[in-house]
Design a protein around this ligand. Structure first.
Ligand code: MFK
Ligand code: FAD
Length: 532
């Protein structure tokens, strides 16, 4: 065996080892709330190291499978997931990963920041259970905003009320999770053009759905939100976006029988192998229409805007593993550390010195510094989105805050997703050959990171979403500029570079505004290239 064995890195409490996250929370939360949130995150951090990290790794090693038939040839479409996956879902309920975002006795502003911080710690160890959690959060938001609160139907709409109560439950024996079935063979970006699922009314808001859903993740969920075209009594359906309505359905009944659904196959994916993603045939699935007919895309956008924030959490979680890995090299200036990394960088000896000594090598230092700074920038944007989301849910947003949330969400998702793959790849290289070895668990991170720019809207599609928001509201960037300038003015430092930053930010934003107006005009004229 060569006589020498590299000592393996150990994961330490990721909250205690992340002073930057702590600093962000101290800045954003009132002191009394900070103390509570911090105590919860410290406890959760311990649970990550002692329990969750191992479960997440096992979920990658024991991947889900689909059994189509029983021994006697009866069609069963049985999805088999490992115990660790189930356990991770239970932990999410116990820890309130979703419910924290909705608890009535806490200021919404605080609870969203708390939730995002908790997800941020959880995500890289979560064995992709973070995916059903994202969709579950999105479903609660959609059902509450789109139906129960806006139409005053809480307690009256039976399925939606039960779903909301169970999706945000802390009781693992009764908690549900939700799927999000939008993508079809003809279109994932172009949901409206690609949707060939049809809904025939049975009575009132109850319909029977027929169609084929091409990508459906976390198919062990209890309910799903999906889109379909309502067929009228003459057998006609409206084409395009305005023909789509939003539906909520149970995936299985109380006896575990599928609700008019066939699981055709599980996707054979590059990564996210822990996560069961299926092609589904909806063959008369019974579903409840939610919200107004023809407002399906607008309705499910509530879900998209939440899952896109979760997606950024995932991108950041993957990135955070790497610069953090080497942050020990830089002591306080690169203080966002996870213990795993610290261990590795202090144990690995190269050219007669431990890896820590790399900090003397400018080229390596530059690489690590770039990774660290990039990750920190996106992390701050993530917490700004959590702050704005909380403000809007507390009914405390100004018009500018509301518009900033709408604008920042796609920017955050597209930027963090796009950033994650090269950054994680760089991180893999920092481990040398060991980074390429399956049994270190590191390649999983690269595979999984590659999905974050794709699902929940690709980079170009989200760029178009930015233009959708921007169009007609050009002054939004200047309002944003004012906020940045204000923050810079509030800083105590007399540092001349800060003053210079302020000026350059203002002129850069003016430039950006001109470019976006141009891009927006091109998009309106049907050109989808955004060279600017
Ligand atoms: C680990 C964490 C990550 C978790 C991942 C979970 C697993 C993965 C799950 C998925 O990938 S689910 C599938 C995700 N699919 C997408 O993200 C689709 C990407 N495509 C788009 O986002 C397109 O822009 C869109 C489908 C929305 C375009 O549809 P339309 O019908 O052509 O849009 P249109 O006509 O411009 O807008 C219709 C209405 O929706 C408008 O409202 P009004 O009618 O009131 O004017 C829009 O303003 C509104 N809208 C669209 N996007 C919105 C929005 N409103 C708010 N927010 C948005 N983001
Ligand atoms: P397309 O829309 O065909 O896009 C192909 C390319 O064209 C992309 O580069 C895109 O950016 C570009 N493009 C498209 N339109 C434009 C435009 N107007 N301007 C410029 N460029 C454009 N979907 C679900 O509904 N539920 C799920 O649970 C789910 N889980 C998934 C799990 C995994 C692992 C993966 C990989 C996908 C999952 N998806 C799911 C599907 C995912 O959301 C879609 O793949 C994604 O939205 C892209 O759609 P598409 O595959 O049809 O690509």
């Amino acid at each position: 065996t060569g006589g020498f064995s590299q000592e393996a890195p150990t994961l330490h409490n990721p909250y205690r080892d992340d002073p930057i996250l702590d600093r962000v929370l101290r800045r954003l939360l009132p002191e009394s709330q900070y103390v509570k949130v911090s105590a919860d995150l410290t406890k959760f951090g311990d649970r990550i190291t002692s329990e969750i990290e191992h479960l997440g790794r096992q979920a990658e090693l024991e991947q889900p499978r689909l059994e189509h038939q029983d021994a006697w040839g009866k069609r069963i479409d049985k999805l088999v997931v490992c115990n660790e996956w189930q356990k991770l879902k239970q932990i999410c309920a116990e820890e309130g990963v979703i419910s924290i975002g909705y608890e009535n006795d806490v200021d919404p502003f605080v609870r969203r920041i708390h939730q995002v911080a908790k997800l941020f710690l959880f995500s890289p160890s979560a064995g992709l259970v973070s995916c059903p959690m994202a969709m579950t959060d999105g479903a609660v938001k959609t059902l509450t905003v789109g139906i129960l609160y806006s139409l005053n139907l809480y307690g009256k709409h039976k399925l939606a009320t039960e779903a909301v109560d169970r999706l945000r439950s802390r009781d693992p024996t009764s908690a549900w999770t939700s799927g999000q079935w939008m993508t079809e063979k003809k279109g994932g970006s172009d949901v409206a053009g690609g949707c060939d699922t049809y809904a025939v009314q049975i009575e009132n808001d109850t319909y029977r759905l027929n169609g084929y859903k091409w990508f459906s993740s976390a198919i062990d969920a209890d309910v799903a939100l999906t889109l379909a075209r309502i067929v009228d009594s003459d057998g006609n359906a409206v084409e395009g976006s305005r023909g789509l309505s939003l539906f909520l359905l149970r995936i299985r009944d109380d006896n575990g029988n599928l609700n008019g659904i066939q699981m055709v196959r599980l996707k054979n994916k590059l990564g996210t192998k822990q996560l069961p993603t299926a092609e589904l045939l909806l063959d008369g699935a019974i579903a409840e229409r939610i919200g107004e007919p023809g407002r399906g895309v607008a309705g499910i956008s509530n879900m998209l805007n939440i899952t896109r924030i979760h997606n950024a959490v995932a991108s950041l979680g993957y990135m955070r593993r790497f610069p953090a890995l080497f942050s020990f090299l830089f002591k306080c200036s690169f203080s966002r550390i996870i213990s795993l990394a610290r261990d590795y960088s202090t144990k690995r000896v190269v050219f007669g010195q431990t890896q820590v000594k790399y900090s003397k090598w400018p080229l390596h230092t530059t690489t690590l510094a770039k990774m660290e700074v990039e990750t920190r920038g996106s992390m701050l944007l993530l917490f700004e989105s959590a702050r704005l989301l909380g403000l809007s849910e507390a009914g405390k947003s100004s018009d500018v805050d509301a518009m900033m949330l709408r604008l920042i969400t796609p920017v955050l998702k597209l930027y963090a997703g796009k950033q994650a793959v090269p950054l994680v790849s760089e991180g893999i290289e920092c481990f040398g050959g060991q980074g390429y070895m399956e049994d270190t668990g590191l390649p999983t991170i690269l595979r999984d990171a590659q999905v974050t720019p794709i699902w929940e809207g690709t980079t170009n599609v989200l760029s178009l979403d930015v233009l959708r928001v921007f169009s007609g509201k050009e002054n939004i960037l200047l309002a944003f500029g004012k906020r940045v300038s204000q923050l810079l003015s509030n800083t105590k430092s007399e540092e001349p570079r800060l003053q210079k930053s302020k000026e350059s930010i203002e002129s850069a934003l003016k430039e950006l505004q001109k470019l976006l107006v141009k891009a927006s005009d091109s998009a309106v004229q049907g050109e989808t290239r955004i060279d600017t």
